[in-house]
Design a protein around this ligand. Structure first.
Ligand SMILES: [Zn+2]
Length: 424
């Protein structure tokens, strides 16, 4: 199936944009009909927008209000469309904090996962990676391990190995591990990559086999590319994805623009009034996930901002984004003198459904403030459980201060730092 998709991608990435848009509209019609039939939440929303089951490709789409993350969280299970078509496979559930710090539970079908794998493969083929090299992946909550292959996405290809490490470990421990492993490709959170590159420069470390650094799902620091080049003399490749919708855009190997993955997601960049942005303008990123029928997301505001791009000189006709202004997360400073990527206690946050949004601020080496937007006050037991979960996730017995707030401040452009370190 994935090989079929890969072959189709080879054609669709150079197809007429109007042709792709027409195919997307047909798929959105199928998705909306399914959502209308199996989710009361979506039925009400689609009816209000004038959705007609007899002509599902009609003009209702533009009339459908944009769905915010807090609306999605408030809807909870009502957002899911049960049952998903049996041919779409089994359903997995997972939790995510997304771009705005609002915890959300999501459901995903096997079919959506197949698209994830196919786009994973496309990314490596675009960038002509040596799939037999060693991939080092440093993610939060990933145990130290060695795997034979990089991912199931490369089934049928000679591939691997992949070594993994936890991004919550101290930066020096991460760097020591990288020095021992000497990978060909390094993949990690953008902020963690920045910290690794800076520390590597300070220590004069050599990753002599490394030929590419890859980052994901965070706003890139303006000097990240330069630091990576200075540290290891390798290029940086970024990708844009979100747990709720999968891949959104891959970086073009020729121009560096981000190509929207239109075969699996339809992206609108809209201004404050919801009007489409022209190339060069920055607006909110609104996604419609085309194949995940278990949790339909139609015109869903990801909480990120991006700058719309124009045509790409590479010849691929997939729409482009110039840059992505997503979530940023500072590094945690450990009392022992190290730094680490801060994990969030998602399981506890999912259980505490009163928590709409949160941000953590590290004030000192021993104290973390957790700002909370609450639907209702937390009980003392819930407060204690949340403080414990934060300490466990951050890996140190910090003093935790919980502060309910009416809203969490965002900087210009709407971006939010969901973990801010104020320790100088
Ligand atoms: Zn391109």
């Amino acid at each position: 199936m994935m090989e079929v998709l890969r072959a189709q991608f080879g054609e669709s990435e150079r197809a007429e944009p109007a042709e792709i848009r027409a195919l997307q509209r047909v798929q959105i019609g199928l998705l909306a009909a399914h959502a209308h039939a199996h989710s009361a939440f979506w039925r009400a929303r689609l009816d209000t927008a004038g959705f007609d089951t007899e002509s599902p490709n009609g003009g209702w789409f533009e009339a459908l209000p944009i769905l915010t993350r807090s609306e999605a969280k408030a809807a909870g299970e009502a957002l899911f469309a049960n049952p998903a078509p049996p041919s779409h496979g089994k359903i997995d559930r997972m939790k995510t904090s997304g771009s705005t710090g609002t915890p959300l539970e999501i459901a995903k079908t096997d079919l959506a996962q197949v698209f994830w794998y196919a786009i994973t493969l496309r990314d490596s083929l675009w960038h002509r990676r040596n799939l037999q090299g060693k991939l080092a992946a440093i993610r939060v909550g990933t145990a130290r391990a060695t795997h034979a292959g990089w991912s199931p996405a490369y089934a049928g290809y000679a591939n691997g190995p992949c070594v993994t490490f936890d991004a919550r470990e101290d930066i020096d421990a991460q760097l020591d591990w990288l020095l021992a492993e000497q990978p060909d490709v390094l993949l990690t959170h953008a902020s963690n990559l920045h910290a690794l590159a800076c520390r590597s420069i300070e220590r004069g470390c050599r990753l002599h086999r490394l030929n590419e650094a890859r980052s994901f799902s965070e706003r890139l620091a303006p000097d990240l590319r330069e630091r990576v080049r200075e540290a290891w003399n390798v290029p940086l490749t970024d990708m844009y994805s979100a747990n709720e919708v999968g891949y959104i855009a891959l970086q073009c190997p020729e121009s560096g623009l981000y190509h929207v993955q239109s075969e699996d997601v339809m992206i609108e960049i809209v201004d404050a009034e919801g009007r489409p942005c022209a190339p060069g303008e920055t607006g909110r990123v609104v996604a419609t996930s085309l194949h995940n029928f278990a949790m339909p997301l139609i015109r869903y505001d990801l909480g990120d901002h991006a700058t719309a791009g124009g045509p790409c000189p590479c010849g691929r006709t997939l729409p482009t984004l110039e840059r992505i202004l997503g979530r940023t997360r500072n590094m945690l400073k450990l009392p022992g003198g190290g730094t680490a990527w801060p994990g969030f206690p998602m399981n506890t946050l999912m259980r505490l459904d009163a928590v709409r949004e949160l941000r953590m601020i590290q004030h000192t080496l021993e104290e973390i403030e957790v700002e909370l937007v609450l639907a209702r006050p937390l009980s003392h037991a819930d407060e204690a459980a949340l403080a414990d979960a934060v300490r466990t996730r951050l890996g140190h017995p910090f003093r935790i201060r919980l502060t309910p707030v009416a809203r969490i401040a965002r900087s210009q452009g709407g971006k939010m730092e969901d973990f801010e370190c104020r320790v100088i």
